[in-house]
Ligand binder design. Structure first.
Ligand SMILES: [Zn+2]
Length: 87
């Protein structure tokens, strides 16, 4: 599990913009990210503990990777929708 910071997530989002992987929602906080070129699919999971956000991906990277960068966009939209739904 890696802590998400504004610096590391920005890098990951930029990388995701170049790679443009396909993101599928498995459930809230769980996403499947597929590299359209290689077909490799990885699972990304988001966790929030005491207002600190964490993410993990089952790829080889030990940093906030572009899979996390790609899925956080979908995650933010879903989180907002859920917030609106419960408000
Ligand atoms: Zn990854």
């Amino acid at each position: 599990m890696i802590e998400i910071t504004s610096a590391n997530i920005e890098k990951a989002i930029n990388k995701a913009r170049q790679t443009k992987p396909f993101v599928k929602v498995i459930e809230f906080r769980l996403y499947s990210v597929t590299n359209k070129t290689t077909g490799a699919t990885y699972e990304v999971k988001f966790t929030k503990i005491n207002n600190t956000k964490y993410a993990e991906c089952n790829c080889k990277a030990t940093v906030i990777c572009y899979h996390i960068g790609a899925s956080i966009g979908a995650h933010i939209v879903l989180a907002e929708q859920m917030h609106t739904a419960t408000a």
